[in-house]
Design a protein around this ligand. Sequence first.
Ligand code: TXA
Ligand code: MG
Length: 347
Amino acid sequence: MSKSSFEFYKKAPPDGGASSFVYPPSEANIRFFAEALQNGCVVGLPTETVYGLAALALDEQACHSIFSIKGRPLMDPLIVHVADLEMARSLAIVPEDGRILAEAFWPGPLTLVLKKRSIVPDLITAGKETVAIRMPRHPVAKKLLHQLNAPLAAPSANPFGYVSPTRPEHVTSAFGDKVPFVLDGGPCEVGLESTIVDLSKGKNPAILRPGAVTAEQISDHLRLPVQTKLLNLEETEAATAPGTMLRHYSPKTKMIAFELGSIPKTAKNEAIAFLQRPGTLNPSREQATFWFSEDGDMEIVARTLFDLLRKLDAKGFERIFCELPPANADGLVLAIRDRLSRAASIK
Ligand code: TXA
Ligand code: MG
């Protein structure tokens, strides 16, 4: 922690909130948060995907604090958030395909992996020649980025490996006074992390992490085939996105995923979570039966997924069984399957 951030953490945003560490996104508070960031602080930032743990991207010391607060290995690079395409161009070489995708999907849940410029600290990219960049569309994130007029590095605001945060209280419950400034942006609209597409390999774009923006949409805009390369760190040391480890987004409770329709038998003190409300409820198991949506709407499943996993984790069940959406899917459905499988995967 730098001297100026240490001093700044003693201050409080002008407009107080209903709970400690979470502050409403008033104009005065946005100015306060911008000043906190300029002084090297790490803050909780709402985005439309998940909450981020943000610091000035070009402030190495502040970015170092992100890694230590999260318990994140230094080999796992951070995503940089920008206010506009011009800011992205100051950090990376944006090829024509990058411009096309940025114009189509920014602001929004799409991260572009691009060749970096030397101004980007190696700490952010974990020594790679590429940097991951996105422009968020959450109005609070946009306001803060415009106020700052500087890029913000922000990974998801969860302890490394745990379930991602989609509400401000998820940030404070994990970090408490280690992250005393969290901007309240309400529950996240998308609820799953952005799609990551690697554009650093010329005409061979590849999806490294599925999200709300689909491979088909990207392929249509680029008029190119798009590969999906969901790598697992355990499988290859040369993994392109180290954070895409097989076991990730995991509750502490043991979790078991099952295919749609193949309902497992559960024992006492085991929970089962379906994608949609089951037609008939077993009366003896009612207390331990949950669902991510009423009618299987995948946008709602995505939005509620991490919150329900956290709630189930807190209930003290011995095991949690979770239904998976079909495997032959794209976009959000593939992303839901990806996150649930990773949460359930045992090494
Ligand atoms: O929606 C999101 O993307 C959220 C919000 C806060 O913007 N952020 C997020 O960050 O999910 P994080 O750090 O939890 O996940 C970033 C992923 C990691 O898997 C990391 O390995 C990968 O992006 N990544 C970062 N830089 C990369 C690079 N240069 N090449 C390949 N993968 C990269
Ligand atoms: Mg994350």
